[in-house]
Write a protein of this length. Structure first.
Length: 381
């Protein structure tokens, strides 16, 4: 008896953050039992970890800061809840390959404990019909996308375009700390103990995360806070000339999806009015929902679990995921935002996400939307 022909996957198509979502990659966190807090990690999360750097510079001889098992178990529960909610909204949910346990990685210049593919938004951008692998800031994440490659080949085989930024060596002098030094901040506590080797003649490299972008059809907003990011913006413009890339001048130190979320054409969620000035002129006239204040009762109390570091911002819950222009997935632990969005006519799908600050990611970070129904529309004219 002839076997049925497997259904072809839908064509990769994701130009924006808000048109109807049909297929998405959801990250996974198996064996996420420690942060490897080398200087690249400490510099990347500097804003949030600086207050406790004196307590975590050398948590162990191997540079690992353990994550309490209870926290990891609850993270798995919350990811499962997100998967169920997305499926319930009619979205096809794909998952990366499972990470191995305690995978140690090494380059000729440094070594690190590999990070599981949880925040899949960071190392990849889907720009229309092209997969773009980016150039990691954090050494522990350098091989993270290997676990997404089975999915990338799923799209590539039918003809999808697939590009990769040059892989950074992330040697001693690769990372630019000027975003912080321009503010008069001393980053030496983050870089103390650097054991990575240097490469003669190599200094600042192209280093960039996908979550530094927001997509609006033909237009892509790109946060550029230092020379690492300048190289990446040039690369994007050179390799994707059909898109218009708008430089946001240091809107944040790196990621912007806990600062700005376009909800539909003409309406955005923004952390505060202070950020309007960073946006393109055509976007400054959009209607704005400002993130409502929340209080500490919406965040877990880790007092009984030993020393943990909240690497993510208190504004992490702005980091929502749109199912379509009228439906959004929001952390149930941010009732203030849910109330505001519902008052503006949105259907809110509440999903619990307890440990967003400890793992540095919200629902937008945890997902990579590969198929949306929108196209290369012109939303900024």
């Amino acid at each position: 008896m002839p076997q049925p022909t497997p259904a072809s996957p839908p064509a990769l198509n994701s130009f924006d953050e808000f048109t109807r979502l049909d297929e998405v990659v959801l990250g996974r966190a198996e064996n996420y039992n420690a942060h490897h807090i080398d200087p690249s990690w400490r510099l990347f999360f500097f804003d949030n970890v600086e207050p406790v750097l004196d307590r975590c510079t050398s948590p162990s001889q191997d540079g690992l800061l353990p994550i309490p098992p209870q926290v990891v178990e609850e993270l798995h529960e919350d990811i499962a809840g997100l998967a169920d909610a997305l499926t319930g909204c009619g979205v096809n949910v794909l998952r990366p390959a499972a990470p191995g346990k305690d995978v140690d990685i090494r380059s000729p210049h440094w070594d690190a404990r590999a990070t599981p593919p949880l925040n899949v938004r960071d190392q990849t951008i889907i720009l229309g019909t092209t997969i773009v692998e980016t150039a990691p800031h954090v050494r522990a994440r350098i091989f993270e996308n290997d676990l997404l490659k089975p999915l990338f080949y799923r799209y590539y085989r039918p003809g999808t375009n697939w590009l990769s930024m040059p892989r950074p060596a992330l040697s001693r002098d690769s990372l630019d700390s000027s975003y912080f030094t321009r503010q008069g901040l001393d980053v030496t506590r983050a870089t103390d103990g650097e054991r990575a080797g240097n490469i003669e003649g190599l200094s600042l490299e192209m280093v960039f995360d996908g979550a530094q972008c927001m997509r609006l059809g033909r237009d892509v907003l790109v946060n550029v806070a230092n020379h690492n990011h300048e190289f990446a913006l040039r690369w994007l413009r050179d390799n994707l000339p059909d898109l218009r890339f708008h430089r946001l001048d240091a809107m944040a130190d790196n990621h912007i999806d806990s600062v700005l979320v376009p909800l539909r054409p003409g309406l955005m969620l923004l952390r505060s009015p202070d950020y309007l000035k960073y946006l393109p002129k055509d976007m400054q006239s959009w209607d704005v929902i400002y993130a409502p204040e929340t209080d500490d009762s919406n965040f877990p109390d880790y007092g009984d679990l030993g020393f943990v570091i909240p690497i993510g911002s208190r504004y992490m819950d702005i980091n929502l995921l749109s199912i379509d222009e009228n439906t959004v997935v929001v952390n149930s632990l941010y009732p203030e935002l849910i109330a505001v969005l519902e008052s503006r006519g949105f259907t809110v799908v509440p999903v619990r996400h307890r440990h967003r600050r400890l793992f540095g990611g919200g629902f937008h970070c945890f997902t990579l939307d590969t198929v949306r129904r929108g196209g290369p529309e012109d939303y900024l004219s």
